[in-house]
Design a protein around this ligand. Structure first.
Ligand SMILES: *Cc1c(COP(=O)(O)O)cnc(C)c1O
Length: 451
């Protein structure tokens, strides 16, 4: 044991100096200690000490330091077939958005008026495009849709009542529960109707001089079937106009492309349809069906958006230049009519089954090691709180391994470089290329041939 040089002696070796320059002093010292301890315990348990102890420690160090320096946020190939997988970061960004983020990573006119050379406003970015695409008078962007809901209620309804159907007091996941968000905003929840049936008359009977707004929430991650009733947005907006109370609709996901809805979306609400029905403010996410960065968008009446912009919480929920850059570039793809080809979420949604089959076939044909693949029919899903129950027919690669079990293979894929996330179905690992970006097919094949 006495052969192990001191940490300080090890640190002075030329190779260690190079590693210190790359990884930093404190990580190097930690890694040296850990490596020396590991060697000590190996020798204590009967292993022969290496001839050159310092050399042996030195050799093990780069791998240990690299592993320690690895960022915790890692890229993943999503082969689950769940398009908006919240655990995997929801929407993958369009190339145009990625390029715009890189272009705006340095200085920008985030809060600077280039015409006057004076201070400008941050909260106006993306507004013009959002108004064009939704038909809104005004729009403002915050951190996510949960923030949009909290801020809207705080600005327009604190201390007063907001009427919500009992069928819409939903939990979206990750701690977003409508009654809890309402309580945090300072607004008072006034529940009406029942879990399965609420009528416009229930709202009408609850309206009083304490009412600040009617809130409509899209039950975006579940479906109630059977003896159900829910007033149309038009019925609520007619009431709102009669009693002069704004109607706010949280639609969750925001499919923003002009034209008819793609079939898998069913009757998913859209910002444009909601505003056309007379809703005063519509709230939706930037990273669900819109296919952009994490953001919450509030669009609708100019006077209400003005009140929201002036609320102190706006400062706490404002977004960064990176978000504006990615959002504006994504919206521009929709405005230019190219999104079905260029925005990954839109492209995956309408991906041609034969195209998925052709890619899957090519991948299976390229397997030349331990993994065997077979094409089977399956379903992809939207996920992320959009169009619950939607199922898109797809072609799956059912993969098995010559020696590993399905669980072991799934685990290996998850730990490979790049990480591949699939699913287990009937003792096989299934991979759905619908959610794999086409330029990742080759890397996926390399991973499969490497396990
Ligand atoms: C997803 C969702 C939210 C939360 O949106 P985030 O952008 O994830 O904060 C709120 N309301 C509804 C109806 C949703 O579907």
């Amino acid at each position: 044991m006495r052969q192990i040089p001191s940490i300080e002696q090890l640190r002075q070796r030329p190779k260690m100096q190079a590693l210190e320059a790359e990884f930093g002093r404190s990580p190097l010292i930690d890694a040296l200690r850990a490596e020396a301890d590991a060697l000590r315990s190996r020798v204590a348990s009967g292993e022969h000490a290496p001839d050159d102890v310092a050399e042996s420690i030195e050799q093990a160090l780069p791998a240990r330091l690299t592993a320690l320096a690895l960022p915790s946020l890692q890229p993943v190939i999503n082969a689950t077939g769940v398009i908006l997988h919240t655990n995997l970061g929801r929407a993958p960004l369009a190339r145009a958005a990625v390029e715009r983020v890189a272009a705006l990573a340095a200085y920008s006119n985030l809060e600077y008026d280039l015409d006057t050379g004076a201070r400008g406003r941050r909260d106006v970015h993306a507004e013009r495009l959002l108004c064009r695409l939704t038909g809104a008078e005004a729009a403002v962007v915050v951190n996510n849709n949960a923030a949009a809901t909290l801020l809207t209620l705080a600005a327009l309804a604190a201390g007063r009542e907001v009427i919500v159907s009992r069928g819409e007091l939903v939990e979206i996941g990750g701690g977003f529960r409508v009654p809890d968000v309402m309580a945090q905003s300072g607004a008072i929840l006034r529940e009406v109707g029942t879990t399965n049936r609420t009528r416009a008359a229930d709202y009408a009977a609850a309206i009083s001089d304490r009412t600040a707004a009617l809130l409509r929430v899209h039950p975006s991650n579940f479906r109630v079937e059977g003896f159900t009733e829910r007033p149309a947005a038009e019925d609520l907006t007619a009431l709102g106009q009669r009693f002069k109370v704004p109607v706010i609709e949280d639609i969750g996901s925001g499919w923003i492309a002009p034209g008819p809805l793609p079939a898998p979306l069913g009757d998913e609400p859209t910002p444009r349809a909601s505003l056309a029905a007379g809703v005063d403010l519509v709230l939706f996410s930037g990273d669900k069906l819109l296919g952009g960065p994490q953001a919450g968008i509030i669009a609708g009446r100019g006077d209400l958006i003005g009140t929201i912009r002036r609320h102190p919480l706006m400062r706490a929920m404002r977004v960064d230049k990176m978000t504006y850059a990615a959002l504006e570039a994504t919206l521009q793809e929709y405005a230019a009519g190219r999104a079905a080809q260029t925005v990954p979420v839109a492209r995956m949604l309408s991906a041609d089954l034969e195209d998925i089959r052709r890619r899957a076939r090519a991948l299976v044909d390229g397997l030349d090691n331990n993994v065997l693949g077979q094409l089977i029919d399956g379903v992809s899903t939207l996920g992320g709180g959009s169009a619950p129950g939607s199922a898109l027919p797809t072609v799956l690669i059912a993969a098995s391994h010559t020696t590993l079990s399905a669980t072991e293979l799934e685990n290996r894929l998850r730990h490979s470089d790049p990480h591949v996330v699939g699913r287990i179905q009937d003792q096989r690992v299934v991979l759905d290329l619908r959610t794999v970006l086409p330029d990742q097919d080759e890397r996926l094949l390399l991973v499969l041939n490497g396990v």
